[in-house]
Write a protein that binds this ligand. Structure first.
Ligand code: HEC
Length: 320
């Protein structure tokens, strides 16, 4: 029996029809069967296997005898010789080469895609062990620091970090108050001021007030440096947060700063995204490297305020 179409068209049509079935008909059928609102796509690895099998079958079909091989080659040769007219040949050659060219370009051009590897939020491979036992010096003032704070307060010259000085000055100008401590004025500060007036300050009272002053400065530094990303609520929802694929961390979440020791938090703040090892880098972190723009004292002040704002306590370092 003589078939109506020659082996060239048999091959071309079989390949096209197989592809259409695998790519569209099977997903459409699966949608009918499952009743889901979307088709179930065939994985591309499976499509690849189907197409390779089809190509092998076509190769066998064409090469098992001279006749189908000639049938297959004839249209190609005639096309290349220009038997179907020169413009057709020119258009055909341009089409084939641009299609192949575009395809190669498409698979080689770098794409922005989600990394396949999982990201480790608290990597430890390059965390220096000696930092593990660090304690925040801001939360435990030394005796000298307390004594010097009392002296500063008596002289009316409390040392604030320079970033908050303009705000205190503006506040004093506006209210006509002389004492910047009044701007903080928490119960501990009130007790301290009263004791100062009565010239009867205990180290405990002064220590509590000093902690309040430090907390105030830490919060101010947080608002200046971290708030844009980590948010007023410290829940990782600052005005800039939506701009990052890897979102700024939500400190109120139990899996974040509460599960790490303070020395680790300090290390993370100090080195930021650039300091992260490989296992934490799929999705590059936008977290800045704070050792560049904040002093060690300022970083500890912020961490003190950060834990306080999040109402969390750091993990206690294990004894080695
Ligand atoms: C430009 C936005 C941005 C700013 C500003 C920023 N962060 Fe981050 N921060 C991030 C992102 C994004 C992450 C999450 C990726 C990562 O872990 O590095 C993060 C993670 C962290 C972590 C890790 C928490 C954990 O549990 O692993 C800490 C701690 C942190 N930030 C503290 C701070 C502090 C303190 C400041 C201010 C001095 C600050 N960040 C400012 C973007 C920012």
């Amino acid at each position: 029996m003589k078939s109506k179409i020659n082996s060239f068209w048999t091959v071309v049509l079989t390949i096209i029809i197989t592809y259409l079935i695998v790519k569209f008909a099977i997903p459409a059928l699966s949608r009918e069967l499952t009743g889901m609102p979307f088709p179930l796509p065939v994985p591309s690895a499976l499509i690849f296997i189907y197409m390779v099998l089809t190509l092998i079958a076509m190769f066998l079909l064409v090469t098992f005898d001279d006749k189908p091989l000639n049938d297959f080659m004839n249209p190609i040769k005639r096309f290349l010789r220009g038997d179907f007219s020169k413009p057709v040949r020119a258009i055909g050659i341009v089409l084939v080469s641009t299609t192949v060219g575009w395809y190669v370009y498409d698979i080689t051009v770098p794409k922005v895609a989600a990394p396949v590897a999982l990201r480790i939020q608290h990597p430890s491979s390059n965390f220096p062990n000696k930092m593990e036992d660090l304690q925040n010096p801001m939360t435990s003032p030394t005796e000298e620091q307390v004594t010097s704070f009392i002296e500063q307060a008596k002289a009316g010259e409390i040392q604030f970090i320079e970033q908050v000085v303009p705000d205190f000055e503006a506040w004093m100008d506006e209210t006509g108050e002389e004492d910047p401590l009044l701007a903080i004025n928490t119960p501990a500060i009130k007790t301290f001021r009263a004791a100062l007036e009565a010239d009867n300050v205990s180290a405990e009272t002064a220590r509590a007030a000093l902690l309040e002053v430090r907390m105030f400065m830490g919060r101010a530094l947080y608002a200046m440096n971290c708030r844009a990303c980590h948010g007023d609520s410290v829940a990782g929802d600052g005005p800039m947060a939506d701009g990052f694929k890897l979102r700024p961390i939500n400190f109120t979440d139990n899996g974040t700063i509460e599960t790490i020791v303070e020395g680790y938090t300090f290390w993370r703040v100090q080195n930021g995204g650039p300091g992260l090892p490989l296992e934490a880098t799929p999705w590059d972190s936008a977290m800045p490297e704070w050792k560049v723009s904040l002093t060690e004292e300022e970083r500890w002040l912020i961490i003190m305020a950060e834990y306080d704002l999040a109402e969390k306590t750091p993990r206690i370092p294990e004894k080695h």
